[in-house]
Design a protein around this ligand. Sequence first.
Ligand code: HEC
Length: 147
Amino acid sequence: MKLWLLILAVGAFTILLSCVAEKPEESPKITTTVQSPNEDSELALLMRFMYDDMYRVKSELEAGKRASLEHDPKEMFTAEPTDSAQVSTESYKAFGQAYIAAYNTFHQAEQANLKEHFEVLVHSCMTCHQTTCPGPMRRIQNLYFDN
Ligand code: HEC
C-alpha cells in the first residue's frame, strides 16, 4: 500500500513540474511494473514540435524568406495531455481556437506582414500558457524577434 502512495506522490509531483518549471535534465526515476509517470505525453511532444517548427520559421523570416509552419494546431484538441484537467477547461478551448485562428491568418498573410503575424502567433502561445502552463513561457519568449 505504501508503495502505491509513493508512486502517486511522485506522479503528481512530475505533472506539476512539467508545467510549473522547466523540465529538469534528470527526472526522478522509479522502477515499478506500472507505466512510468515520467513518460512524455502526446501533447508535450506536440508542443515541443510546435516550438521547433516556430523556431525554424522565425529564422527563415529573419533571413527574409517566406516560410510556412508544418505542425497541425488542431492536434492540440486530440493529443493526450499529461493531466486532462489542464485541457478540459473552457479557457483551454478558447485559447486553442484563438491560436488556430492566428495560425490561419499567418498563412494567409502577405510577405510584408508575415513577421507581424508571426508575433501575434507567439503571443497566442503565451496567452494560453499564462493560464494553463506557465513553466515554458521563458522558453517561448525566445520566439519573439528581438530575442
Ligand atoms: C491552448 C493552450 C496552449 C497553446 C495555444 C499552446 N500551448 Fe504549449 N502547452 C500547453 C499545455 C496544456 C502544455 C502541457 C502539455 C503536457 O504536459 O501534456 C503545454 C506544453 C508546452 C511545452 C512544454 C513541453 C514539454 O517538453 O513538456 C512547450 C515548449 C510549449 N507548450 C510551447 C508552446 C508553443 C511554442 C506554442 C505556440 C506555438 C504553444 N505552446 C501553444 C498549452 C498550450
